[in-house]
Ligand binder design. Structure first.
Ligand SMILES: [Zn+2]
Length: 474
């Protein structure tokens, strides 16, 4: 029947990327948007949500999420996709780090298959030379068209936690040595296969030199309050710029697509702009919420992250970059760890980098961005959903609200004020860098392919397993 649907959302202000805001009712059937209806006459529906004039946005696509490193994926998928749903995220893209061949990736996908509340996709980190040949297979057989390079890992400081095997909880740290030849080979092979290269841009030589110097100079027990400033000094923006220049040059040589993850400094952003202007490559930029809201003056080591938090001027540059279109996406760089493990070593150097952020991504953009007048809601929708869908080959299935698109929607209340606590974020993590902050603007409904996953902060427990692995069509 023409006028029937599974779910009807009435009295909605729908924000459609590149189109604008439409006051309408949304019909959803079979997990997809069936169409907009201005009149409610004769519509038959099994379920109705009255949006009461609130905004309906395309569900957030978080392009940068780490889970499966501190707890195995069958557990992590449950806790972190639940947290994602609370924050209005309907697709989470996992930064997978395997040490073995990616021919084993099927198992990793299967292990997460029954435990996601929201849809998910994967970026594959290339940590060893023999994984370069997997790039073709990842794209052809699994629709994984994005690989990540950690340029910050070399023979001196190249150790990284990799994803756990199922059923195991002991952290797995492995040595990784990514030299210039390997960086070049990865970019070349990815370009040949038409895959996108995600770049963690930091120079290991600069970083290890400065860290060694500072370790000698400073008594570690005395730096918990000023620690993040020292951390920023050890890993300066010029180290990012060096790698941006190097990889930009390779991208031009091979006609590549690069995506710089977690950019938080003005110098890095300016360096990327220079590379973009030189042409013969496509370059995308991601920033993270913490580079918009926090600086190196933050007095607690729990905000230690790589690259480090920077200055107030840097945060302003990130906001401008988002507004003027220089920055394409906001990714959380969510790391699902607990405070006891993060701070376990007791000083700056042994504190682990990374913190949770998936559930606060959209509330931060709504509160600090839209409600404080820094950015429009239309632009928020682009940088939190539409652009990521385009870049990673998920569009037009994801990233928009139009006929036949997946009904991945988030209804937000721009007036709702909530104090952030780890409890309301429902992650495995027991802390947040926003703990105690009153944020204004929260999701009240999260809908994934037509199914209501969160309603007024309550997660539908039966929806665990609803999330599907999504192939990228890029
Ligand atoms: Zn990351």
């Amino acid at each position: 029947m023409q006028n029937s649907c599974d779910l009807l959302i009435t009295d909605a202000k729908v924000v459609v990327p590149k189109v604008g805001m439409i006051e309408t009712n949304i019909m959803i059937e079979g997990g997809r948007v069936k169409g907009f209806q201005h009149s409610l006459n004769n519509i038959q529906t099994s379920k109705k949500i009255n949006a009461q004039g609130k905004y309906v946005l395309p569900g957030v696509i978080d392009p940068h999420v780490h889970y499966g490193v501190y707890t195995p994926v069958e557990e992590a998928a449950k806790s972190e996709s639940r947290s994602a749903a609370i924050g209005g995220v309907t697709t989470m893209m996992r930064m997978l780090r395997l040490f073995a061949s990616y021919h084993n990736i099927r198992e990793h996908i299967d292990w997460g298959q029954t435990s996601h509340f929201v849809d998910y996709s994967i970026h594959a980190s290339i940590l060893k030379r023999d994984q370069i040949q997997d790039i073709q297979h990842l794209k052809k057989d699994y629709g994984i068209g994005s690989v990540k390079i950690y340029t910050n890992l070399d023979k001196d400081i190249g150790r990284i936690l990799i994803d756990l095997e199922p059923g195991t909880h002991e952290l797995m740290e492995r040595p990784v040595n990514i030299d210039d030849k390997m960086i070049s080979d990865i970019i070349r092979e990815a370009s040949t296969q038409g895959s996108l290269v995600l770049v963690h841009a930091e120079d290991p030589v600069v970083c290890s030199l400065l860290e060694n110097e500072n370790r000698k100079l400073i008594d570690p027990s005395k730096i918990s309050k000023t620690g993040l400033k020292i951390w920023s000094k050890c890993r300066p923006p010029k180290s990012e710029a060096k790698v941006i220049y190097k990889t930009g040059k390779l991208a031009r040589k091979f006609g590549s697509k690069l995506y710089f993850v977690h950019i938080g400094s003005r110098l890095a952003l300016d360096s990327i702009l220079k590379e973009r202007e030189k042409g013969n490559s496509t370059i995308y930029v991601e920033t993270c919420p913490h580079y918009l809201t926090h600086t190196e003056d933050f007095p607690q080591l729990l905000a230690k992250v790589v690259p480090p938090l920077r200055t107030k001027e840097d945060t302003q540059s990130m906001w401008s970059g988002l507004v003027n279109g220089v920055i394409d996406t906001v990714g959380s760089d969510h790391v699902a760890n607990r405070l006891s493990i993060k701070l376990g070593g007791g000083d700056l150097w042994s504190t682990k980098a990374g913190f949770p952020g998936i559930a606060t991504l959209l509330p931060v953009m709504l509160s600090k961005g839209v409600n404080e007048g820094r950015i429009s809601l239309e632009r928020v929708v682009e940088v939190t959903s539409y652009n990521a869908a385009k870049i990673f080959g998920l569009y037009p299935r994801k990233g928009t609200i139009e006929r036949s698109a997946d009904a991945d929607l988030v209804i937000v209340d721009l007036n709702l004020v909530q104090k952030v606590t780890p409890e309301i974020l429902q992650s495995h993590s027991d802390y947040s860098i926003y703990d105690g902050w009153d944020l204004q603007g929260w999701p009240i409904y999260t809908i994934v392919r037509g199914r209501v996953i969160v309603e007024n902060g309550q997660v539908d427990e039966n929806a665990c397993g609803h999330g599907k692995f999504i192939h990228q069509a890029c």
